[in-house]
Design a protein around this ligand. Structure first.
Ligand code: SAH
Ligand code: SF4
Length: 373
């Protein structure tokens, strides 16, 4: 079997080189060619010994994801749809801003958590992405953008694991991908510029603190359990109090001294001034945090509506008055369905998705098959 070199962090690549009877430092050279220069052809790697250059094509590849489509928004946002085989596709979104370029990466085809307001959740779960598939999204986007924008230097300055899927239910593939993002010989991103967003897989938050602490965003969406049980079914397994305790345990290892809580604003569901007060009661003096309010991006099957602008502003004001730093997320890439929660990709194995949703809502919390607990 040939290995895909995008499946490795530097440590993994060094072990692979050793298996080939090569010195470990060769891995550094290879890693830099792949991630810093975007090379996919071993013949280009002129500083590698010729014998190695000739050996590599027989034992490994650098395999990109096939692009099904690329859409460019009027605001500069770019969305790719990548084919991950078996009729599944995942989406990746580049969001340019004045002082940074953020790539939003998918971790799974579909998602098993099944949040009510999320179109990925409505599709059901198909499978975990491999490390190579997670990293290929960054590798492809970075080197495409350098060519496209004719920039010699790094274009992507921030990564958010906020595309399709629950990254902490694909932990074993996620961690090497994060390590390659952080590695000075890879993308050299600082820990505070790589964010894992989670619906609250408590044991994996603890493991991330040990293995690879990066910035953490937690999708909260409700100030009390019965409402969160309904919106984020995983809450039935890891209720709010346990989740907040996990956030507190994470902070000492975290690159930032606060946790970001995301809160999707749903008309008449979680957006009243009382909800805001309850949120203040829940968080104030307990968890150092910032609140990021996300205007809900509607899709027909959800049956939910976006909160009116005034309600979002009033909600933010309650929090701010209580001293909780609160921002309202700007919606980007609206015209190409690239906004949060609109990433539907294509998930084939969604037989009886509606039935599965019903079962899940009754019984959950399901953790993706094969996902570490
Ligand atoms: N599974 C992870 C990361 C992917 S979702 C998580 O849930 O955190 C990334 C963010 O988009 C989450 O905060 C999620 O709550 C939000 N989101 C999902 N669907 C949305 C929608 N329809 N409108 C606005 N935000 C949405
Ligand atoms: Fe999964 Fe996150 Fe969507 Fe919930 S919001 S269904 S956890 S991708």
């Amino acid at each position: 079997m040939t290995a895909n070199l995008l499946d490795f962090d530097l440590e993994g690549l060094a072990a692979f080189c050793e298996q080939l009877g090569e010195k470990r430092f060769r891995a550094v050279q290879l890693f830099r060619w792949i991630h810093q220069k975007g090379a996919s052809d071993f013949a280009q790697m002129t500083d590698l010994a010729r014998s190695l250059r000739e050996k590599l094509p027989g034992v490994c590849t650098i395999t990109d994801l096939p692009v099904l489509s690329r859409q460019d928004s009027a605001d500069g946002t770019i969305k790719w749809l990548f084919d991950v085989g078996g009729g599944n596709a995942v989406e990746t979104v580049f969001i340019p801003e004045e002082d940074r370029g953020t790539l939003c990466i998918s971790s799974q085809a579909g998602c098993a958590v099944g949040c009510r307001f999320c179109s990925t959740g409505h599709q059901g779960f198909s499978r975990n992405l491999t490390t190579g598939e997670i990293l290929a999204q960054l590798w492809h986007a970075e080197h495409f953008l350098r060519r496209h924008l004719q920039r010699g230097e790094r274009v992507i300055t921030n990564v958010v694991m906020m595309g399709m899927g629950e990254p902490l239910q694909n932990y074993n593939a996620l961690v090497p991908a994060l390590r390659a993002m952080l590695d000075d010989h890879g993308y050299g991103l600082s820990r505070r510029r790589v964010t894992v967003s989670t619906s609250g897989v408590v044991p994996m938050i603890d493991r991330l603190a040990q293995d690879c602490p990066v910035a953490l965003a937690v999708s909260l969406h409700a100030p009390f359990d019965p409402l969160r049980d309904d919106l984020v079914p995983l809450n039935r397994k890891y209720p709010i109090a346990e989740l907040l305790d996990a956030c507190l345990r994470y902070l000492p290892a975290a690159p930032r001294d606060f946790i970001t809580f995301e809160y999707c604003m749903l008309d008449g569901v979680n957006d009243t001034p009382e909800h805001a007060e309850q949120l203040v009661q829940l968080l104030k003096g307990r968890v150092p945090c910032k609140l990021n309010l996300i205007p809900f991006n509607p899709f027909p099957a959800s049956g939910l509506k976006r909160s009116p602008r005034e309600r979002v502003l009033a909600f933010a004001e309650v929090l701010q008055r209580a001293g909780i730093v609160t921002t309202i997320r700007k919606t980007r890439g609206d015209d190409i369905d690239a906004a949060c929660g609109q990433l539907a990709g294509e998930v084939q194995d969604r037989t009886n998705a509606r039935e599965r949703m019903a079962q899940r809502r009754a019984a959950i919390p399901i953790v993706a098959a094969g996902a570490p607990q």
